[in-house]
Design a protein around this ligand. Structure first.
Ligand SMILES: C=C(O[C@H]1C=CC=C(C(=O)O)[C@@H]1O)C(=O)O
Ligand SMILES: [Mg+2]
Length: 462
């Protein structure tokens, strides 16, 4: 194989990292349903799968099995840790021109200071990323399947041949045998956890903002759902893929747990030297008629509180682009972003990448944007820890992928849920500013729970 070194800037090898060789081999396959491939993967590599569908529906990724797993226990340096580990492996990559880049897919925790209170997120470290053993990518009408294989050994031909056989079996199952389980088990219980504490927190935070202790703080809350049967991750993905045609639909499997969602909010996309982000903050529900929908949208565009909530996000993201891009452009005023269950104020930002700016540097500089944290960021983070007192886990944090060439895309994992067998935890929050009203913010979180309630079969009426 001709060795093609990736052109990532070389970085001194992390001493503790093993000396490895990173093989990848791509074939073009006939039509494969990504969800059938995901489903078939359960028979080969249960508990180590991922799914990604971009919002524009131009690219779908499915990962089966872990050729490489990267985690972070430090918390504070989780972005740098994953970036340096990934660069180390990329430098060992051996690929031919016909091969697609291996992808690294995963998510980060929202907060480096994890809650000491036991929570459903205990089995998630501060970052969980994987290079899949079998990687399906559907883009530009092409269906590509790659084998990724990392080894410290010199003789790997037999292992690679065995992987080719598994790959062919996986493709055959996905094309011929698997049908997606779309059954939605009946909901047996739904609990609003600590509703009164949430309302109290919004009231307290609003007062603190009025007293000048902060300008904006996002406060979230949680629903706990119980079902008659365990929920199939493939069925959950099948629902969001059909119902949420304008969102990033994602799923990350970790043992018996599955974190998935349908988020409208891009954090950063890097493609061929261009950087793209989206300021999404300020919300109103969809109307029940086209006329009412337009009326609500116009109301949102003219609403002082929501425009203020939105502007904090624009100021912060354009500030990051100013520092990491050679140049950037943005819109002078927000437009409406209408997705299935809600409409938002939306200001896109686009820039020409600066020479040393990587996707992980953007993720580190952007997270948390004021759409998920607040202003000032450090003050808002402390107030979230004190008043919201919820282990957000990977909710509202960056989730997405990058490849060996520095391209990639991350969204923020809102409109999301964590599944474990017959349990589900759903998360939703909202930006609190001086003019916030606790009941209106509470109602807004019900609108944001809708995508996951719809996908899981819960009542949409709050
Ligand atoms: C924090 C959430 O939404 C954020 C993103 C868009 C609009 C928001 C809002 O209007 O409050 C929030 O900043 C969530 O959906 O849980
Ligand atoms: Mg809001």
């Amino acid at each position: 194989m001709n060795r093609k070194l990736t052109d990532l800037p070389s970085r001194e090898r992390t001493a503790a990292m093993p000396h490895v060789r990173f093989f990848t081999e791509t074939i073009e396959a006939g039509g494969i349903s990504p969800l059938s491939f995901f489903e078939a993967g359960a028979f080969i590599h249960d508990s180590h799968r991922f799914y990604w569908e971009n919002a524009s529906k131009t690219m779908t990724l499915v990962g089966i099995g872990h050729a490489l797993t990267l985690t972070d226990e430090t918390g504070t340096d989780r972005f740098d840790t994953i970036e340096s580990k990934w660069k180390h492996y990329c430098e060992a990559l051996i690929k031919e021109d016909k091969d697609m880049d291996p992808v690294l897919f995963g998510g980060f925790s929202f907060d480096e200071k994890r809650s000491s209170v036991p929570s459903e997120w205990e089995n998630f470290s501060n970052a969980l990323f994987a290079v899949p053993t079998f990687q399906l990518k559907i883009e530009n009408g092409k269906t590509l399947v790659a084998i990724n294989f990392i080894s410290e050994e010199s003789e790997t031909a037999l292992q690679f041949e065995a992987l080719r056989k598994q790959r062919d079996h996986l493709i055959h199952m996905a094309q011929v045998q698997e049908s997606i389980t779309i059954a939605k088990p009946a909901l047996t219980a739904m609990e609003e956890l600590r509703k009164e504490q949430y309302l109290k927190a919004v009231e307290q935070i609003t007062k603190k903002i009025q007293n000048g202790e902060a300008e904006k703080v996002v406060i979230a809350r949680k629903l706990a759902l119980q079902f008659e049967q365990p929920i199939s991750p493939a069925a959950a993905l099948h629902s969001v893929s059909n119902e949420q045609r304008d969102s990033y639909n994602f799923g990350l499997e970790n043992g018996t747990q599955f974190f998935f969602g349908a988020t409208p909010e891009r954090l950063i996309e890097i493609k061929d030297g261009q950087a793209f982000s989206a300021c999404v903050a300020g919300s109103i529900k969809r109307g029940s008629t086209a006329e009412q929908d337009k009326q609500f949208g116009d109301e949102l565009l003219d609403d002082k509180k929501n425009r203020e909530e939105h502007q904090y996000v624009v100021d912060m993201i354009t500030g990051v682009f100013d520092s990491l891009c050679a140049s950037y452009t943005t819109a002078t005023r927000p437009k409406l972003m209408k997705v299935r269950d809600i409409q938002h104020l939306h200001t896109p930002v686009q820039g020409q990448l600066g020479s040393e700016s990587s996707i992980f540097q953007f993720v580190k500089a952007l997270h948390p944007t004021p759409a998920l944290g607040g202003v000032p960021t450090t003050v808002a983070m402390e107030l979230i820890r004190q008043e919201e007192n919820l282990d957000r886990g990977y909710y509202a944090a960056p989730v997405g992928w990058t490849d060996a060439s520095g391209n990639g895309e991350f969204a923020v994992a809102i409109r999301s849920a964590l599944l474990e067998q017959d349990n589900a935890w759903l998360y939703a929050g909202g930006g609190i500013v001086a003019d916030s009203d606790p009941i209106q913010e509470y109602e807004e979180t019900w609108v944001k729970f809708r995508p996951m309630l719809r996908a899981l079969g819960g009542s949409l009426n709050g």
